[in-house]
Structure formats: C-alpha cells, structure tokens
Ligand binder design. Structure first.
Ligand SMILES: *Cc1c(COP(=O)(O)O)cnc(C)c1O
Length: 346
C-alpha cells in the first residue's frame, strides 16, 4: 500500500542477517563474528565484547508492553533523529522528491532533508499555530513525507486531532507525527491510528521525559511494511549494547518518570504565571511540553544578557514567525526562580 512511495533501490534491499538467524539448537561457542572471546577490559570483563542484537528484540518487547504497540511495529534508532534520516532515505529520491515542513518547526527535519538533497516545501502554521490543513492536503508535487510535531517544538501547542484525521484521510504520502513531548501533554498518542492507517509514522524518544538524552535512543511506530524498510536501511548495529541495557533498566522505572512529568507540569504552570508578570514579557504561549515560548521585548539582547549570567535558553528571534521569541525549558524550581529573578532586573 505504501510501496509506490518507496525509492526503487530501497524496495529491493535484503534484511541484514547474522549467523544467529541460522541458529537451530542452543549454541554457546560463538566463532562467527571475530569478537574477542576474553571479554572487554571494563566492568569485570563481562558485558560488551559481543555485537548487540541488531533488532533489539528484548528492548522492543518491554516497550511494547508499555506502549501497547506490537514489537513488529516498533523501530529503534540512535535518537529519533536517526528515524527521521532513515525515513527520508527510504521515501525521497535525492534531487527529485520533497518533504513538507510546517514552520516554526524542529530544525532537524530541514537539516536532514538538505543533507539527503531532498527539497523542502514550507507550509507555515496558521497565526494560532494550528496546521494549514487545506494547503497540506493539496500536496505539492513530489512531496513524499509530511513532518508534523505535537506538542510542537518550538511553539509548545498540540495539534487539533480533527486536523490530523483530515490529513491522514487525504494526504497521499507518509505522515510523520513527532511526539517527542507527548508525555507532557494530556492529548493521547497518535499510535492509536496505526491499525487504520498504513502511512502514519509516530516518533517518540527517550531523550525528554525519560531523562536519557545521553543514551541516544528514539522510537518509531508504524505499519510492518514501513518498519521492515526502516530495519533494512538502518546501520545493522545502530543501538549499542550499553544503550540497550540501560533502556531495559529504565523501563522498570516508569513511576520515577511519571512523578517527574507531574512535577514538570506543576513547575510549568508556576513558571508561566510568574513569567506573565514580568514587564519585558509581552506574551507567553500556552504549552503542552516541558518548555515555553515567550515573546519578550528586545529578545536578542535579553538572550545575550542571560548568557553573560550563565543561563542558556533557546533563541528563536531570527526564525520566521518567532520574532522576539525565546524558548525556555522548564528547569528545577531553583533554576526557574533564578531565571525569573534575572528577567525581572531588565
Ligand atoms: C528533542 C526532540 C527530538 C528528540 O530527538 P532525539 O534524537 O530522540 O534525541 C525529536 N523531535 C523533536 C521535535 C524534539 O524537540
């Protein structure tokens, strides 16, 4: 059903295989992959001398139980950034096809498109940061992938569900729904639409609410035809053994994650209220994520002054549709209060 959208050279790829695939009995002498039989020099020589499972089955089984998505509908990547790159390489013929981005948007979509020599068609969000559904459905020639993000980075709002439903029913290409911040939102995940739509890919990540940005692990949920293509295109050992081990450990700690999501939402409300009281703050956009976008008088200079005080925030002043806006991550109570104190001094 999506095969006509796939680049011809990708359709004919064969899955990566190892001697493990030929395994019939219990084998404990592993002499197929030129690994070091003595172990590794660290952690009591135990862990890392063997190549990791290329399809990360143990990790996927655990994720499956939490997300309610079957393992064969899950792809794991070196961050969701890898999933974005792999999708561009599967569907977009360089120098020929395009992807659609709805700015203000996460900058990685455009960067990765350019690296792959894929053209970018911008269909900006409307003034209220909702999707321009009519323009998207018209689908410009050659557009194979549509990148959506909910809650959206950097605006912080969630999409309207009925907008996405209309797009899914009418857009004749791949719809990527980036849910990097879904844990902070009250809106349910679009993974619920997987059984009904062959062309949706939902992205989530361990980098934000899970507190594991350093491990570089992202998830994609999609139809088996898309997942199989993604597995054929990724580097065979894209998730290293340490990342797989620590993700499995983390999946046992859902309550820690949930507590900190609740704490972040509390701090977000507190921070937004305080921000609105500050004289140089012109507007605070509502946020379903762990950051807020705020329009601030003379934002460029405020940004520089904050840096001098040792505070880094996201500078969106020079991005289209974000004039004079700073994008601020919700920190700890102490960090937020220090930032508010500094902003109050302007
Ligand atoms: C942070 C973020 C990601 C996460 O990328 P990883 O590669 O998984 O760390 C994805 N999409 C958006 C919009 C983000 O803001």
């Amino acid at each position: 059903m999506i095969e006509h959208l796939v680049r011809k050279n990708i359709l004919t790829l064969k899955p990566f295989s190892t001697a493990y695939d030929d395994l019939e009995n219990e084998v404990n002498i592993l002499l197929d992959a030129n690994e070091n039989p003595f172990g590794s020099p660290i952690l009591n020589n135990k862990f890392f001398n063997r190549y990791p499972d290329p399809l990360q089955m143990e990790v996927k089984e655990k994720i499956s139980m939490i997300k309610g998505v079957p393992p064969q509908n899950i792809f794991l990547g070196n961050g969701s950034d890898e999933a974005i790159d792999v999708l561009l390489r599967i569907f977009c013929e360089p120098n020929e096809d395009a992807c659609i981005i709805c700015p203000p948007a996460y900058s990685r979509y455009e960067t990765l498109a350019h690296i792959n020599n894929v053209m970018v068609t911008n269909i900006p969000l409307l003034a209220d940061f909702n999707l321009d559904v009519e323009q998207i459905i018209k689908k410009p020639d050659g557009a194979k992938i549509l990148f959506l993000c909910s809650p959206n980075n950097p605006t912080g709002n969630s999409v309207r569900i009925e907008d996405v439903e209309k797009i899914l029913e009418n857009f004749k290409g791949i719809v990527v729904m980036d849910e990097a911040y879904i844990n902070y939102s009250r809106q349910p995940s679009f993974t619920a639409y997987l059984p009904d739509f062959q062309n949706i890919v939902v992205l989530q990540t361990f980098s934000k609410a899970w507190g594991l940005a350093g491990l570089r692990v992202g998830m994609a949920f999609a139809s088996t035809s898309i997942i199989n293509l993604m597995n054929n295109v990724k580097l065979p050992y894209n998730l290293n053994a340490a990342s797989q081990k620590y993700i499995i450990d983390s999946l046992e700690k859902v309550s820690w994650v949930n507590e900190h999501i609740i704490e972040t939402a509390r701090l977000r409300a507190e921070f937004c209220n305080a921000l609105k009281e500050i004289s140089i703050v012109e507007h605070v956009y509502p946020s379903d994520a762990n950051f807020v976008l705020a329009r601030i008088k003379d934002a460029e200079n405020v940004y520089k002054a904050l840096l001098k005080k040792g505070i880094m925030v996201g500078n969106k002043t020079n991005e289209s549709y974000c004039k004079n806006c700073l994008c601020i991550t919700i920190g700890t109570e102490k960090e937020n209060n220090f930032l508010l104190e500094v902003l109050n001094q302007f």
